[in-house]
Design a protein around this ligand. Structure first.
Ligand code: KIV
Ligand code: ZN
Length: 391
């Protein structure tokens, strides 16, 4: 019987930090790691310790700092990588080594100039060696998205025998369609001997904009860990966005899948990551974009003012946004203007609103967005101003 809890494995500080120009120093990584721990992520992938002395130092410092989450370090299936990762993780309360190797035909042929049997052997040895340092060993079958399911199942069986506790099935190139990725997870659950001893993990890239959909199909089909990053940052088009998968599971309770994430922290941590990395979040980004709870057309504004749920499926407070915003533009209607005018102290009658609304439209045609000081100016210069303030 599968648990209803989906483990959230955050890789902002590893896959996320691989974005060109987004390098963080140890201080910045510590601040983010501490916030991730408070957010409630189950695993923090802190870095790739063998890759540089700076990354080693960061993983070690994060291991010392983190109170609740498992701290994880990435390695290749190379002895020295694993030894160095174990050293960097030695102060962690809950250490995990994340080792693995490419399993698709193209990785085996072009990257390793090898064959399937040799890759199986290397995978087994890497996990066995990692187990000599820590109990918790996750194995990634790189490019699993394009790996033949039968061979992938043999890889999984082999690393479970070596002691792997988590099996990461990355769609490294973001190629899979959601139903294919879901079917892959289902196939592994049904065909890998010993699968009940390990957790299946989704690690999806966003090259075709499907990372979130693929991860959700993965957990629907029996995976119980999602690897993701804040704001979906990561190699190329990025990784699965943490805030998206968490809110999908929360907003669809009939899926009976849950996470430990304190969703009210999502907006704050999204800003922390984009400010620290100097990477701008698109305004229409789901959940955390500047426009995610902004309404600007008259029809929508009228609905939201009457009842927020007409055009919003998430209460903004649930993700740490104080309130929905009614943005005034030339597409806004009377209801929105009256609402915003009331917020700054003007209670308008229907006739007064008619008068001010036509001045507002002239103004809004010249300016993209009308702010509070503009509303004051429009009302103060109207012929009904005296009547409004003497009421
Ligand atoms: O995308 C990928 O395959 C990875 C692995 C190294 C886990 O990031
Ligand atoms: Zn990745």
């Amino acid at each position: 019987m599968l648990d209803k809890n989906v483990q959230i494995f955050d890789t902002t500080l590893r896959d996320g930090e691989q974005v060109p120009g987004c390098k963080l120093n140890t201080e910045q990584k510590l601040i983010i790691a501490e916030q991730l721990d408070l957010l409630g992520v189950d695993i923090i992938e802190a870095g790739f310790p063998v890759s540089s002395p700076g990354d080693f130092k960061s993983v070690e410092a994060i291991s010392k700092l983190i109170k609740h989450a498992t701290v994880c370090g990435l390695t290749r299936s190379v002895e020295n990588d694993i030894k160095v990762a174990a050293e960097a993780l030695k102060y962690a309360k809950k250490p995990r080594i994340h080792t693995g190797i490419g399993t698709s035909d193209s990785h085996i042929k072009f990257k390793f100039k090898s064959n399937q049997a040799d890759i199986l052997k290397r995978a087994f040895e890497a996990v066995k060696y990692a187990k000599s340092f820590v109990e918790d060993v996750e194995f990634y079958a790189e490019d699993a998205g394009r790996t033949d399911n039968e061979y992938l199942a043999r890889v999984c069986e082999t690393v479970i025998k070596a002691g792997a506790t988590v099996l990461n099935i990355p769609d490294t190139t973001g190629y899979c369609l959601p139903h294919e990725y879901g079917a892959k997870i289902k196939y592994l659950r049904e065909n890998v001997r010993g699968i009940e001893k390990a957790v299946l993990s989704c690690h999806c890239h966003n090259d075709l904009g499907l990372a979130t959909a693929n991860s959700i199909e993965g957990v629907i089909n029996g995976a119980r860990q999602i690897e993701c990053t804040i704001n979906g940052i990561g190699e190329r088009a990025g990784n699965t966005a943490l805030e998206e998968v968490v809110m999908i599971l929360k907003q669809h309770p009939y899926l009976k899948l849950d996470t430990n994430i304190k969703t009210e922290m999502l907006y704050g941590i999204s800003h922390l990551v984009s400010d620290s990395m100097g990477i701008y979040t698109q305004p229409n980004k789901a959940i955390v974009g500047a426009n995610a709870f902004a309404h600007s057309s008259g029809i929508h504004q009228d609905g939201v003012i009457k009842n927020r749920e007409t055009y919003e499926i998430i209460d903004p407070k649930d993700v740490g946004v104080t309130e929905s915003s009614i943005v005034l533009t030339a597409r806004s209607g009377r209801a929105a203007l009256a609402y915003r005018a009331k917020n700054i102290g003007y209670e308008l009658t229907k006739l007064q609103l008619d008068e001010i609304y036509s001045n507002f439209l002239d103004f809004a045609d010249k300016k993209k967005e009308v702010d509070d000081s503009d509303i004051h100016q429009i009302i103060e210069s109207s012929i009904v101003y005296k009547e409004i303030i003497s009421a």
